[in-house]
Design a protein around this ligand. Sequence first.
Ligand code: FES
Ligand SMILES: [Fe+2]
Length: 420
Amino acid sequence: MTTQAENELITRVEGDAPLGRLMAENYWIPFAMSEHLMHGERPMPVRLLGENYVAFRGEDGQIGFLDELCPHRRASLLLARTEGNCLRCIYHGWAIDVSGTVVDVPNQTTRKEAFASSVPVVHFPVCETGGLAWVWLGGAEAPPFPDLPFADEELHRFWCVSRIPCNWLQGLEGTLDSVHAGMLHRTWIEGAAKLAEHSNLSFALDQPPTYETQLTPYGLRAAALRATAEAKTYVRVTEHFMPFVTVLPVGRALPRTGSVFVISPVDDTHHLLFFGTFGDSPHSAVTLDQLSMQDPDFVPDPQDYAGLRGDRLNAWGQDQGLMDAGHFTGIGRSLLEEDAIVQTSMGPILDRSKETLSSSDVAVAQNRRMLLDALSASEGGALPPGSALATEPVRVPNALEMLVEEGQRWEDVALDPVTS
Ligand code: FES
Ligand SMILES: [Fe+2]
């Protein structure tokens, strides 16, 4: 059981919270879809680990990532003008470029250049990979970015982002609790199964699996095992790259295909959820239409795909008429809205001391243990799994599905479809 003290440790990310520090000091943190950062557009508000930042793309294509407040007298740079590779604060006109250097100080009358170059600017390095922008808040020199299975530039990808008003771990645990898909997303899956022959999606989620987990150098590997009629075992292997990324398989015999959930820890009570699919062909990535097929009139907000429509007083917009008509959840716009609503319904920070876990919660429980162990090990100076500071480069294999013969162990079957 998770105690209240443990729950505090694995949920709180703001200020001096140990987990927030661990995240900032060891991992590149995702904050935006690359396509949402366009030159000439308004600076993007970013909030991570309870701190406010501003991001913008200069005309040279580089992304600047700065403290939200101007280094002069602290006006918000969300109001700034984007000029070339700079943000120009509208209050007194200071200009700061994408590298975090003050390049113009119109209100300084003496030794302008020397003064500008001496201004301390809080700024951070950004890496764009796999269609997302990630920031390094860990200080010193930015370490190499890990090798992720959806990062290859040749892959076709689809991404959407949602703003979820609850703690980051509620979102993350939804990605490790894959048995919920066969229940919560039942109506969506029934619809998707009809498209399966055209889209290479495969679904075998009707019977509850047994779960097994393995610790890996980058986090956690979770296998869902189901017996088949031919005395084989159908295994779906999920790869979790601690602490933000979970990759799930979506297509048998499609080694470079998968779906991916990426959590961004906004503050103690909010997270961003990036959901993506990727594949070798344009048809192997799930499209926006397929995600939202339950409601053909649904026009998502690009910055908030799952966009909640209410609160507990209206059951978050759940549609009773839709349920009467046969929809399992009555949450009809997309499967991501189903996830967002159940996770938000737990409250801003779920009190895990009051849960009753069942046999399908193995990966959820293992992940909590891994977080707690990483926190205590970090007090002694040890790096957590998948730390970007590790001397061995971090490489996360793709998730995959496989059929295992009787007497064979899934752990012994090659797990990296790129090389198998
Ligand atoms: S507050 Fe930004 S230039 Fe003065
Ligand atoms: Fe889900």
